[in-house]
Design a protein around this ligand. Sequence first.
Ligand SMILES: C[S@@+](CC[C@H](N)C(=O)[O-])C[C@H]1O[C@@H](n2cnc3c(N)ncnc32)[C@H](O)[C@@H]1O
Length: 307
Amino acid sequence: MICDTSSLETMLDYIRWGASCFATQGLYFGHGTDNALDESVALVLHALKLRHDLPHMYLQSRLTKAEREAIEALFKRRIMERVPAPYLTNQVMFAGYSFKVDDRALVPRSPIAELIEKRFQPWIQPQPEKVTRILDMCTGSGCIGIACAHMFPNATVDLVDISPQALELAWENITQHGLENRVHKIKSDLFKAVDKNRYDIIISNPPYVSTGEMQVLPKEYQHEPSLGLEAGSDGLDIVVPLLRLAPPYLKPDGIMVVEVGLSADALQERYPQVPFLWLDFERGGEGVLLLTAAQLSQYQLFFREDG
Ligand SMILES: C[S@@+](CC[C@H](N)C(=O)[O-])C[C@H]1O[C@@H](n2cnc3c(N)ncnc32)[C@H](O)[C@@H]1O
C-alpha cells in the first residue's frame, strides 16, 4: 500500500486516512461524489457491508485483520488504478434511487436527476398523471428512464442504447426496481429500431465529449466505455442527429431534454438561430438544453441542412 496503515484500528481511522490519502494522490472526483471524504466513507462502508445510515457510535469499532485488508484492497484500486468509486462498490444513487453500476455503462451523474425529481416542472403541464410515454435515448445503466418511471407512475418508458452490454445492465436495473411491466429496453442506433410512438418526453444524456477533450480527461474516465463519451471533433456527432430525427417521435405538446455538457458552446455557435433553453440546476451542472416539440419542428430546417 502507498501509505503506512499499521497504526489504524477503527472504521473512523480508515475513513480519515483514506480521505487524506485520496486528497494527496491527485484523484479525480466527479463520478457520483465530488470529494475525498465521501469516497472514503463509501468504500469503507462497502468493504464492511454496512449501510450508509449506520449510527455514528459504530465508527469507533475496531476492525478485524480481514476487514482492514478488504478496505485496503479497495483503497489500493482507487488510488493505483484510478477506478471510479462506484465501479468498486457497484452501486450509485441517482435521483434518490439506488442503481447497479459497472463498466458496461457510464457512472450515472447527470444533473438531469434534479429535473426528474421535480417531475420536469414547469415544463410538463398540467399533471404528471397525464404523462404516458417517455423515451430515454442513450440510456446506459437505465438510470434516467427508470427514475422517470418512478416519478411518472402512469408512464411506459422505453430505454434505448446501441450497446448490448449497457442494455444488459439496464435490464438488471429494471428488474431490481420491479419495473419490467412498463420499462422496456430497445437495442437501436438512435431511432432506427424505435417504433413511431409519440412520446411526452424524450430525454437523453448522449455521448458529447469532443476528440480534443477526450485526450485530457482524468484517468478515471478510461474505465468507462468510450462509446458512452466520445462524439467527434466538436462533440456533436450524436446530438445533432438526435435533434434532427426526434420530431416524428414527440407528441405535439411534448418536450425534448438533451445534455450536451461542454459542447453547449459549439452547438449554440453552429445554430445561432435556434433558441435553445439552457436549464439551471440548484445542485450544479450545466449544458442541458430543452426544446419543445413545436420548436424542434420549427427549426428542423437548420438541423436538416447540416446533415
Ligand atoms: C453518456 S452515456 C449516458 C448513459 C446514461 N444515460 C447516463 O446518464 O448515465 C451515453 C450512452 O449512449 C450510448 N450510445 C452511443 N451511441 C449511441 C447511438 N448511436 N445510439 C444509441 N445509443 C448510443 C452509449 O452506449 C452510452 O451508453
